[in-house]
Ligand binder design. Structure first.
Ligand code: ADP
Ligand code: MG
Length: 366
């Protein structure tokens, strides 16, 4: 059915002083049908992890279970998995149809049965009209569709993706995200997707695994990762973040696993949700996303918001149409504020004095 379990996976490359630990005691359970994304900066161990799942790389230690079988020593072709690469990796001398059929012919499928399966895969990826073309007669997006069809036609228990959209232009990338996700949901195939692009991860995943230097920083839903990051690294890597130095007056555990903290920011007390590991005292960091920051011309603070008691000055104004983005110089350093759907009259100018506030329910104490 496609449940994957990675237990204490370590992968080292090289020997002696030259040893690089690419993956460091990674523990991860992936549910059947789940779309999980490994996300992190270049070199954090995403591809190595994926290649160990696929069988192209053997872990230095640890085990990989597919359903109840330990597959860690199974060769790649014995694993019921298919992989889609950034480079598409199509056979250049074969037509689209032959590329998609290739794996099934290795399984000795032929004749009407083969044609039926291949047609189904080509149809679902909108490729039927291109079936007789060679890969070099296709656009990048079309080639990646062929690679997807070729993977799906094998009916794998697990689909693996390594940055499959990185070679496509921005607009096509957004469209392909949705297409891959729709297909994956329809087929219900457990999927592990590698990317360094956080918006890609946010828009596709059931769960995101944020990796840093071979380790898992956090594994959680996109919503949880964005709102309640486990570390400054995660908060900084996903979305944009303002980090405000604060003092925690008190921290009270909550039934939902988080905590509630009273924090002092410039002499005012505000109640905010907090990471359960927070302790009272100085030197805590309050995360406020740019869209949860508020600003108002200094005479008119926005009522209902928790005013920081600090005045700032607008450093820059960028108009994006659907939003306007300010950088504000303040006692916290440069604070980024995003105001959605701005009316023309409300847009402030460079140099304007403003008061800063924020939506305390959306803040998060780290
Ligand atoms: P990512 O996909 O997150 O960018 P990788 O998994 O490719 O990261 O690499 C993780 C680390 O392992 C990096 O430091 C990389 O240089 C190293 N590494 C990966 N593959 C090899 C290899 N075959 N030989 C030596 N070092 C490797
Ligand atoms: Mg990689």
């Amino acid at each position: 059915i496609g449940r994957l379990r990675l237990t204490d996976i370590v992968k080292e490359f090289g020997q002696g002083q030259q040893t690089v630990r690419a993956v460091d005691e990674l523990v991860l359970d992936i549910e059947p049908g789940e779309f999980i994304t490994l996300l992190g900066p270049s070199g954090c161990g995403k591809t190595t992890t994926l290649r160990m799942i696929a069988g192209f790389e053997e872990p230095t230690s640890g085990h990989i279970f597919l359903d109840d079988d330990d597959i860690v020593v199974e060769p790649p072709n014995k694993r019921p998995m298919a992989m889609v690469f950034q480079s598409y990796a199509l056979f250049p001398h074969l037509s689209v149809r032959e590329n998609v059929a290739y794996g099934l012919t290795l399984r000795k499928m032929s004749g009407a049965a083969l044609k039926e399966e291949v047609d189904l895969a080509l149809t679902s990826m909108n490729l039927l009209g291109l079936a007789d073309r060679a890969p070099n007669q296709l656009s990048g997006g079309q080639q990646q569709r062929v690679a997807l069809a070729r993977a799906m036609v094998m009916k794998p228990k697990v689909l693996l993706f390594d940055e499959p959209l990185s070679n496509l232009d921005a607009k096509l990338r957004v469209q392909m995200r949705l297409e891959i996700r729709r297909l994956q949901k329809r087929l219900g195939i457990t999927s592990v997707y590698v990317t360094h692009d956080q918006t890609e991860a946010m828009s596709m995943s059931d769960r995101i695994v944020v990796m840093n230097a071979g380790r898992i920083e956090q594994a959680a839903t996109p919503d949880e990762i964005y709102r309640h990051p486990a570390s400054v690294f995660v908060a900084d890597f996903i979305g944009r973040a303002n980090f405000l130095d604060a003092e925690a007056v008190s921290v009270t555990p909550r039934a939902d696993g988080h905590a509630t903290a009273r924090v002092r920011v410039l002499g005012r007390d505000v109640e905010v949700p907090a990471h359960p590991a927070c302790v009272a005292g100085a030197g805590v960091t309050l995360l406020v996303r740019p869209e949860s920051m508020r600003l108002a011309p200094v005479e008119v603070a926005s009522p209902g918001d928790d005013v920081l008691g600090d005045h700032g000055r607008v450093l820059s104004v960028v108009f994006y149409g659907e939003s306007v983005e300010y950088e504000v110089e303040s006692e916290y350093g440069t604070v980024v504020v995003v105001v959605p759907d701005p009316s023309t009259e409300s847009i402030l100018a460079e140099g304007d004095a403003v008061s800063l506030s924020f939506n305390s329910e959306r803040a998060w104490l780290l």
